[in-house]
Structure formats: structure tokens, C-alpha cells
Design a protein. Structure first.
Lengths: 656, 314
């Protein structure tokens, strides 16, 4: 029925899509047969419905033929539904009176029999006529938006995202679970292809974050749980006890001197040692010592308290407790980064067995001016300067049978950089690189690689390594040179494994908390691989950096800025509009059985214990219909897709 | 433990009845002590020694499948081997019968018409049932780990091997091809180490444990085989081993019996004793020295087991 209580006058517009549809579907016949179908007041076909003149046809005919509803038989609704809704709107129709019959992806592109395809197209259009008869005009649901963002993870991506959101004038909570911000980038020595010092370009950003009036820095904090929906999230954040008062600590280091407990330094990946009370690195932000409770001799039962006694400003507080902080935010950007694939997984390379077989990140620390060897290249076992190093690329990457199927993207470039920097430090040393392919797809990357080969005189061997083992004080590498087809055996003083990147440990747990999804490799999934690269499928969540997949610093920064821009776009709206085609509850029919509550993937439904029925959070409901299918009493019916409509569509399709 | 022994099918393979009777004898001895009565499938033949890799050449599968079918006909559901080659061939032939419908069809069609002649009456029978890959093929190392259990082994130990520094040598056939053999991870195995630790050896890790011994090249390219064997033994020695433990008769031939040839090519080579894992186990479980067949070895392993030249335990 239309608004005047009369039968709806329905228009059908069949698109040829050039020959995309017309070659396999007899579009003229579809238009003709639909013209005779009950309720259809007008039917026509046109070569490109989405073109300007095509849209004009719809606009004109809605007015001329006094149409109440429009069906366009064309491509998938993901492509042009909005186009035709807007055309209908210009003619005064509600967008809810436009339906798309997909006769391209679901018919012409997938069938080979023209007659059968044409019949199928007719059935699909018929079913939509049945559906649209009962479509109601709906009003969008409007909600407020909290203009305050949370960024999880404070590596280069998180820092960039936080700065860019903050610079737009919005408040940002930057949550980092480690004691300092900086992530992996602050551990790197120099960055390809320009060889600028990583710390030198990273620390200004870190300082900017810590001084920015719009950024609230929450280091040593972890996200506990998130509830709510886009524009209106409530997050619970755990503040881990640092046992040191951040404000009072003057970083004098007296506590460190007296601390008796020595443990491997995780910032240097265990290549050096630190005390149980420590500063992760000199430029750490916030500038405060942290007491590592797992290594400390124990706050209880025997308090060592050497540090507390030594601290003149009384910054050490053994009574600090874990706290839960609740905050409201409107958008969440996830920048949790990556881990390196463990050398343990490649037993044949001996990374866990031999001290002088290290991974790429460890070698970064060895190269770093602030690293465990003070900027000189020395090998871990005996501190000697290695006269030959073998670099092995694709350790775990591009190996779908045994390890990761993907390319980790940065290893070709950082290995070239490692080899070049090694040659800078040890000009008479021999650097050899085993590679499968050298991939240099970035600005000035190929030139950098060529310089490594030519100026650096680095030997590139195309082939795979089968085994690495120690003999005396040499590391022996067995491999193959696939260009000459010969077996290669060489001695080296040190071996560097370009381990694959993999999802950060704890990603699954975080995903569960955030209720967002990951791809098959565990990287956070973007909403569309090409057109929505920084949005999660779940609205209000944004992604940046290596949490989303391997990438280098420029790409991570670009993605972070893009995510920040998207957060800005969200915050620029006065009210958020939500699709009203949701699944409400018919209060007369609902028995409060809660089956729908359990099947809802968006936590949009809950039992109102007073009324004894289920209520729906209209903003959280995405209209997926899981509840409608599960509801035993028919109380949950999706708007404009009721059981009645679905059955009418089915009989229209099944009818001869 | 009562006297009742558990019956278990055992496929020795030809080499064990000829060149390496020490491997066969010690297997019988240890399995008896562990409470098993071994049954060799009737009329067993050579396993084929090599799994046929040519897709079309399936006749090489006839022998191993016939052996497995015989185990089934005798009411067995599992058979174990100690020879790495036999294990490899039987296991892969069995797997092919499960996963490759075409091979399954062709082999069964071929074997259906086998004729058996009764030794006494001379009666001929034919028309065999299909074999569907339902006998499980195990290596003894696997059987000990999964079915006997190391705990039981430890409880039965009579002699302390504590002073013997042993390198486990897997060779190729116990582990590869990956995914088809499944006794352990081919790149980072540990089953042999665990076994040796549990029988009381001091296990020495060495990088050549999965490297090739030279295999059949000892026939066609003896120098190449000598070099491969030399590399294995040299690395074992370099890492401080007294003895190398293995399970493959061909590896044993290359690594022990050919040590004189190795020495010809590499004069600096030091002899090194080589023992089958069953010999070490037998010694640990208290089996008499004669059964170990130590006189069959080129490099005398007596001293590493603590036996002096006259055969007296030190």
C-alpha cells in the first residue's frame, strides 16, 4: 500500500550494462514480462541505467507514471544502490522504496544458458516486486557522538594516529601496555632507504605526544573491556602498578645502582642485562623508572627494599595496586603492531641453539649506537668483530607448507640495510645474502638495494639455506645457489635471520575484547582491501600499522594518518546516522526466551527483566537478521524484510 | 608381569636376516623382555626397499601391500619394523592405499588373483579380499614412545649406560617425506633423543643427525658415499660423541662397515663405533653380550659399553 492507502504503483527498470547483462539475459523480454506482472505500473530497459540519462529515465518515469516504488534490475546493490536511491529521492520517493534486483553478478556473469538465465532474472525481479509491495518508509536512527578517541598501541603508528587526531582538536587517550611508548621503531638502528637514525626521527614524535595538550598518555595500561557502539564506547582500562611515582621520579638512577637483581634486558632482546628496577632506554617516555615485579626479589614476603631506601624523593611505592579506569570515547584506533616469528620455529637454522645466530631485530640492536655493543658490530658469543656475516632472507615468510604463506615485505630492504651498515662498520668484512627474490617496491628502494650490491660489494646468492650449525667458533651455512644449481657451504662468524613478521602476541584476546575480526593469518581485517583500508568491519574501529599486516615505516605512518582522518570524519558529524533497517521486538509476541540475545553477534539485544521481554539497542543492531531466524515466536522481524515479505519472495521465485 | 606375552606383528625385512642379524636378534630380545611375542607375517617378502615415485609404476607397491594384507589376514591391526627403509616403504604404501583411490583400485585388482599354495597339501587358493590401508605401520621407536611408554622402559633397566655419550642419527627415511611419515618433525626431531635419554645414555646433539649417509651411492659412487659418511662421523666426533646410534641397516653399512674405505679417502679419519638403537636398549635391559652380535661390527663398540677385549664387563 502506498501512503494514500492505494495499491503501490511499481516501476521496473532493466539495465543492459552494455553487454555485461544483455549478452546472457534477454533484457527486453524481462522488461516486457515484468510489465504484465501484477502491481507493476511501468517497465522498461536501458543500456546503462547508472549513466546520467539512465538515472534521468527513472526520475522522469517516477513523476510521469506516479510511481510509488522502483526496482532496478542491474548489478550488485553494493555498487549502485545509493545512485538509484538518490535518483528516486530527487523524484520525491523514500530511499526505502528502491530495491535492486541483481541480475549481473548473480545471473549473467555466472550462467551460460541464455534462456535459463533470462527466466532466472525474471524470477529475481518478481521476488523484489513482492518484497517492495510491503516496504515501509523508515527514518534514520540518530545518535550523539563522543568526540574523543582512543588509540591502542604507541609505536610509530599509534603515535602518528594520536598526533593527527589531537591536532584536529580532539582529545585522545593513547594506551600502551609497555613501560614506555616507542614500539619497535625506537629499537631500530637506522632506517632504509635514507639511513636516517631511527631514534633521531622517532624521539621528536614521542616528545610531541607527551607534551600535546589533547593527548592523555596511558603507558603501562592495558585495555580490559569495551562496551557500547560507534560514537559511544565505554572502555575499561587496567592501570598496572609501576611501583614508582611517575611524577616524583627524577630519573637519578640511584635505585638502579642498588638493585641486586639482574635480568635480561628485553629492550635489547636479551643481548644485555638490566636491573629489576629499570628505565627501558634513555629517551623513554614517560621519563620514569619502572619496577618489574616479576623479576623483583619480592614486595612480599621478604622485602628487599634497597631501591626504596635509596630513593631520595620517595618515589617508590610498594603499595601501588592495579586500578581499573573507565573512560568514554567515540572511536578506537588499533595500532598494536607485530612480533617477529620466533627463531624456535626454524630449528634447522639453530637460532635458539647458537648465540651468534640472531634475528633481524637483535641485529638492529647490535648496529644501534645505543645498543648492547655501543654501536660496534660485535657478535654475542665472545664479543669479537665478525669478519663474515651471512644474512638469510624469508625465514618463515613465503613458505605456505611449513610457516607463513605471506611476504613480510620489509625484510629485503632491512637486510640490504643490515649488509650495508655492516660494511660501513667492518669495511673488510664479507657480507653474503641468501634471497629468494629481492623485492624493492618502494620509493628509492631499488636504488638503495643496487647501492648495497655495487658499492657495498655484498654477495647476493639466490637460493635457500637448508641448515645452519656451529663448528668450533664458526657458523657453517649449507644452502643452494639456484642460479648455478650448485650446493653452497660457507663459514661465517655470524648469521642474521630475517624472520617473518607475525601478529602480536595476545591479538586474539584483544580481538575478543574489541569484537573485531582478523584475517586467516591473524592480522586485523580491514573492511575492504582496496576501498576501506583503515576501517574495521565493525563501525567505529580503525586500524593502522603492522597490526593490519606487514608494512614499513612510511606505509605505517600513512595508514595512521589516514585512520586519524577517518576518525576526524566521524567526529565532524553532528549526529551519527544509523541504518533503520534493524530488527525490533514485537512486544506482544516476545516471551523473553533470550534465544535472540545469545545469537546476536553485536550484543544489541538484552532482556528487560522488568517487562520480561527482550529490548534492542537500535544503534548496535546491524540488521543481520540472525535473531529473526532464531526467534521461535516471530517477535523478531527485520524491518522491510519481514517473514511475510520473505515468504512472498520465495513463492514468487518458485512459481513457474 | 605374567608369562602371557602380547602377540604383535613384526616385519624384519631381508637385511635383518642376512647382513644385520644383530638388529633382528636384539629386537627379539628386547621385545621379549618388554612382554611381546613377535609374529612375522607368513611368506613375507622384500618390502621393495624403495617407494616407487613414478606415478605409473605401481607394481613396486605390490610387495609392501601384500605384506600388509597378510598381517590383516592373520588378524593383526598393526605391524612394526626396525629398519628405516622398510618402515618408510610400508608406511607410504599403506598411506597410498588410503589416500590414492586409483592406486588402491589398481593394486587390489592386481593382487586379487594372487595364488597361495599350501605347503602340505599343495592346494591352490586365490581370490584375495581388498586391502584398504587399515593396518597401522609403526617404527619401533614410535611404538616404544606411544605404546610401551618410557616409564616402563626405565623400570626395566638393568645396566647403567650413564657414561656413554651417544649421538642419535636419524638419516633420511625415519623422517621424510614430511607429512607422509609423521614419526617426528623432519627439521627438528626429538624422538630418538628422548628414547636414548630414557634408556640412560648421555645424549649429544649434533648438526648432521638428519644428513644423508651416502645411501646407495656406496654402490654407484663409492667416493661420494665415503665423503657423506665421513661428514656425519666427523661431526659426531667433533661434538664429543663416543658412539653413534641408528636404526637403518644401510646407514649402518655406510657408517660402520665402510669405515676402512672412509679412512682410505680421509687419512685423518678416526674410527667411531656405531650401534643400533636396539643393541643399546638390549644392553640396558640386561641382555647377554652374545645376542648383541658385536663381532659383526667393523669398529668394535665393546669399550663404549664397558666391556673389555675378553668380553668381561668392566
Amino acid at each position: 500500500m502506498n501512503s494514500h492507502g492505494k495499491k503501490k504503483r511499481i516501476g521496473v527498470f532493466v539495465c543492459h550494462c552494455g553487454v555485461n547483462i544483455a549478452a546472457m539475459v534477454d533484457v527486453k523480454r524481462v522488461a516486457e514480462e515484468m510489465g504484465a506482472y501484477p502491481g507493476v505500473a511501468f517497465s522498461t530497459d536501458y543500456i546503462y541505467m547508472c549513466s546520467d540519462p539512465g538515472q534521468q529515465v527513472i526520475l522522469d518515469k517516477v513523476i510521469e507514471e506516479k510511481l510509488d516504488a522502483v526496482i532496478v534490475a542491474c548489478c550488485s546493490p553494493t555498487l549502485h544502490e545509493i545512485t538509484f536511491q538518490n535518483a528516486a529521492k530527487l523524484a520525491g520517493l523514500s530511499p526505502f522504496q528502491v530495491e535492486i534486483a541483481n541480475i549481473r553478478e548473480q545471473v549473467s556473469w555466472v550462467h551460460t544458458d541464455r534462456e535459463e538465465a533470462t527466466l532466472k532474472a525474471i524470477r529475481i525481479v518478481r521476488s523484489l516486486v513482492e518484497k517492495i509491495r510491503y516496504n515501509k518508509n523508515l527514518e534514520p536512527i540518530e545518535v550523539d557522538v563522543t568526540r574523543r578517541a582512543m588509540v591502542i598501541g604507541a609505536g610509530i603508528s599509534g603515535i602518528q594516529a594520536a598526533l593527527d587526531i589531537a591536532d584536529q582538536g580532539y582529545e585522545v587517550l593513547l594506551v600502551e601496555k609497555e613501560a614506555s611508548i616507542g614500539g619497535h621503531m625506537i629499537q631500530l638502528s637506522e632506517t632504509f632507504p635514507t639511513l636516517d637514525c631511527s631514534q633521531c626521527i622517532m624521539t621528536p614524535k614521542m616528545v610531541e605526544v607527551s607534551r600535546h595538550p589533547n593527548i592523555k598518555l596511558m603507558t603501562y595500561h592495558e585495555v580490559e573491556s569495551i562496551s557500547g557502539f560507534v560514537g559511544n564506547f565505554t572502555v575499561r582500562i587496567k592501570k598496572k602498578p609501576r611501583y614508582v611515582d611517575e611524577v616524583a621520579c627524577t630519573m637519578c638512577g640511584d635505585c638502579e645502582v642498588v638493585c641486586p637483581e639482574i635480568v635480561p634486558d628485553d629492550f635489547n632482546l636479551g643481548l644485555s642485562y638490566r636491573k629489576a628496577i629499570y628505565l627501558p632506554f634513555p629517551q623513554a617516555i614517560p621519563g620514569t623508572y619502572t619496577l618489574d615485579i616479576d623479576s623483583c626479589l619480592g614486595l612480599w614476603p621478604i622485602r628487599c627494599s634497597a631501591c626504596k631506601d635509596a630513593c631520595e624523593v620517595n618515589a617508590i611505592d610498594f603499595d601501588q595496586k592495579e586500578e581499573i579506569i573507565e573512560e568514554k570515547v567515540g572511536a578506537i584506533t588499533v595500532c598494536t603492531g607485530y612480533d617477529l616469528y620466533s627463531m624456535k620455529s626454524l630449528g634447522e637454522f639453530g637460532g635458539e641453539k647458537y648465540e651468534d645466530v640472531v634475528d633481524g631485530l637483535e641485529f638492529e640492536r647490535i648496529l644501534s649506537a645505543s645498543g648492547p655493543t655501543g654501536g660496534e658490530v660485535r657478535r654475542p658469543s665472545d664479543g669479537k668483530v665478525p669478519k663474515s656475516i651471512v644474512f638469510i632472507q624469508c625465514c618463515g615468510s613465503r613458505d605456505p607448507e611449513n610457516h607463513k604463506s605471506y611476504c613480510s615485505r620489509i625484510c629485503c630492504m632491512y637486510t640490504a640495510k643490515h649488509a650495508m651498515l655492516y660494511k660501513h662498520h667492518v669495511p673488510d668484512g664479507q657480507a653474503t645474502v641468501f634471497y629468494i627474490d629481492v623485492r624493492t617496491g618502494g620509493k628509492r628502494f631499488e636504488e638503495f638495494y643496487q647501492r648495497t650490491v655495487e658499492e657495498g660489494n655484498v654477495l647476493y646468492l639466490r637460493g635457500k639455506v637448508s641448515k645452519v650449525y656451529q663448528e668450533g667458533d664458526k657458523i657453517i651455512v649449507h644452502g643452494s645457489d639456484t642460479l648455478t644449481g650448485r650446493k653452497v657451504e660457507m663459514e661465517a662468524d655470524m648469521v642474521v635471520l630475517a624472520m617473518a613478521m607475525e601478529k602480536k602476541e595476545g591479538t586474539e584476546e584483544l580481538l575478543r575484547k574489541l569484537n573485531i575480526s582478523a584475517d586467516t593469518d591473524g592480522w586485523l581485517a580491514e573492511a575492504h582491501p582496496k576501498l576501506k583500508p583503515v576501517e574495521s568491519i565493525n563501525v567505529g574501529f580503525y586500524l593502522a600499522g603492522c597490526a593490519n599486516g606487514p608494512k614499513d615505516i612510511p606505509d605505517a605512518v600513512a595508514q595512521a594518518s589516514a585512520a586519524a582522518a577517518k576518525v576526524g570524519t566521524l567526529f565532524a558529524q553532528e549526529k551519527l546516522q544509523h541504518d533503520p533497517a534493524i530488527v525490533p521486538v514485537n512486544e506482544e509476541l516476545c516471551s523473553g526466551c533470550e534465544i535472540c540475545v545469545n545469537v546476536c553477534p553485536y550484543d544489541a539485544r538484552e532482556l528487560d527483566s522488568e517487562k520480561g521481554i527482550v529490548i534492542v539497542n537500535e544503534v548496535l543492531c546491524e540488521g543481520c537478521g540472525a535473531c529473526a531466524a532464531a526467534c521461535p515466536s516471530g517477535a523478531a522481524q527485520k524491518r522491510n524484510q519481514t517473514d511475510n515479505q520473505i515468504f512472498s519472495m520465495l513463492s514468487a521465485i518458485l512459481k513457474k | 608381569m605374567g608369562n602371557k606375552k602380547t602377540k604383535l606383528h613384526y616385519y624384519p625385512g631381508c637385511t635383518l636376516k642376512e647382513k644385520t642379524t644383530n638388529l633382528d636378534d636384539t629386537t627379539y630380545a628386547v621385545m621379549d623382555l618388554l612382554g611381546y611375542e613377535l609374529i612375522e607375517p607368513e611368506n613375507w617378502t622384500c618390502c621393495g626397499a624403495e617407494f616407487p615415485l613414478t606415478e605409473e609404476k605401481i607394481v613396486g607397491l605390490a610387495a609392501p601391500v601384500r605384506i600388509l594384507r597378510q598381517v590383516k589376514l592373520e588378524g593383526g591391526n598393526k605391524v612394526f619394523t626396525v629398519c628405516s627403509f622398510c618402515f618408510n616403504v610400508l608406511k607410504r604404501a599403506n598411506e597410498a592405499m588410503v589416500t590414492d583411490p586409483l592406486k588402491h583400485k589398481r593394486i587390489n585388482a592386481f593382487l586379487k588373483d594372487d595364488i597361495t599354495i599350501d605347503r602340505v597339501t599343495g592346494d591352490k587358493t586365490t581370490g584375495f579380499p581388498e586391502y584398504n590401508g587399515d593396518v597401522s605401520v609403526l617404527h619401533l621407536l614410535e611404538f616404544i614412545r606411544d605404546e610401551v611408554g618410557y616409564e616402563k622402559i626405565r623400570a626395566l633397566i638393568k645396566r647403567d649406560l650413564g657414561k656413554v655419550k651417544v649421538v642419535p642419527y636419524y638419516g633420511c627415511r625415519l623422517l621424510r617425506p614430511k607429512g607422509k611419515i609423521g614419526i617426528d618433525k623432519p627439521d627438528d626431531p626429538s624422538i630418538f633423543e628422548e628414547f636414548l635419554e630414557n634408556i640412560g645414555c648421555e645424549v649429544i646433539d649434533f648438526p648432521f643427525k638428519q644428513e644423508c649417509c651416502g645411501s646407495y651411492l656406496s654402490l654407484s659412487m663409492p667416493d661420494a658415499a665415503s665423503e657423506a659418511s665421513y661428514n656425519v662421523l666427523r661431526s659426531a666426533k667433533l661434538n664429543g660423541a663416543d658412539v653413534l646410534a641408528l636404526s637403518c641397516p644401510l646407514c649402518y653399512y655406510n657408517l660402520d662397515r665402510r669405515q676402512d674405505r672412509i679412512k682410505e679417502k680421509f687419512p685423518e679419519f678416526h674410527e667411531m663405533p656405531v650401534l643400533f638403537f636396539t643393541q643399546l636398549l638390549a644392553w640396558a635391559l640386561g641382555v647377554d653380550e652374545e645376542i648383541l652380535g658385536l663381532d659383526q661390527h667393523f669398529c668394535d663398540p665393546r669399550s663404549v659399553l664397558g666391556i673389555d677385549k675378553s668380553g668381561v664387563e668392566i
